[in-house]
Design a protein around this ligand. Sequence first.
Ligand code: C2E
Ligand code: MG
Ligand code: MG
Ligand code: MG
Length: 283
Amino acid sequence: AAKQAGKNQFSYFTHEMDEKAHLRLRLAAELRDALQENQLEVYYQPIVCLRDCGIRKAEALLRWNHPIFGLVEPSQFIPLAEESGLISEIGDWVFTEAATCAKRWEGLLASGFQISVNKSPLQFRPRTSQQEWPGFLKDLDVPGHCISVEITEGVLLHASHSVADRLLEYRDAGIQVAIDDFGTGYSSMAYLKKFHIDYLKIDRSFVSDITDASARTIAETIIIMAHKLGLKVIAEGIETREQMDILASAGCDYGQGYLFSPAVPEHEFEQLLAYPRLPRTSN
Ligand code: C2E
Ligand code: MG
Ligand code: MG
Ligand code: MG
């Protein structure tokens, strides 16, 4: 009987694997049309100043409104876009959407406003003919300081000449650069002296257990180091007031997370800007 059950379990397992693989293939094939058919949408998550909780920035986060599966998360389709090479085209589209919003929203806030756009390592592959992001900003008449680009440590660790050139172009255009998911990638930080970086984003994993002594020490140390190097710090994934208070008293500059707001559609973000102090509850 045990043998029989084991066999059933095995066939159930392979069946599930087949389904997953099948779904992946299906999404990969459909992604190509999703962009043309307006199924992709850029959501915006507020980034607040931890001193006054005012909205200063936003991160552009891609969503796919699939006609059958509903809202598909980026973790499910960004890897597919990377594998197929479609990520550059999609990434350029996200960038122009975000840049257009950044310009409009900057006009609404006195303190200046910036939208950060994620750029995966595969989007740094050398391209021959297509225009780069600083060129898009020129065409759209958007100032560079309205945009920052989020890259991961791996991009800089294996930085080729084309990555270094691209970062210099950003700097010339006034576009800022943030290291995303900081602290999770590599122990080498040599790249911090080699490249011009503006922000470190402390990974959510340190924030979620910031009440533990070791995670707290890591976060505090990242903040001190960043400030000594002249960088600003953004904490990702703040979900509680306690986490916010600990990070604020450690001198963290900005915060992002569900405590303030999840990523929301463009028109909802505009409503947040009308009441720009988050969270709106208590205190
Ligand atoms: P990321 O750049 O590290 O983005 C932060 C992720 O954390 C987002 O997930 C956001 O919704 C989520 N998050 C924010 N606050 C909280 C919180 O308080 N708690 C929790 N549990 N999560 C929080 P999302 O939107 O699912 O995006 C996942 C990843 O997909 C992003 O991680 C980024 O690496 C990638 N991605 C998203 N949009 C784009 C894009 O346009 N281009 C590229 N290349 N990658 C993108
Ligand atoms: Mg990011
Ligand atoms: Mg991140
Ligand atoms: Mg992440």
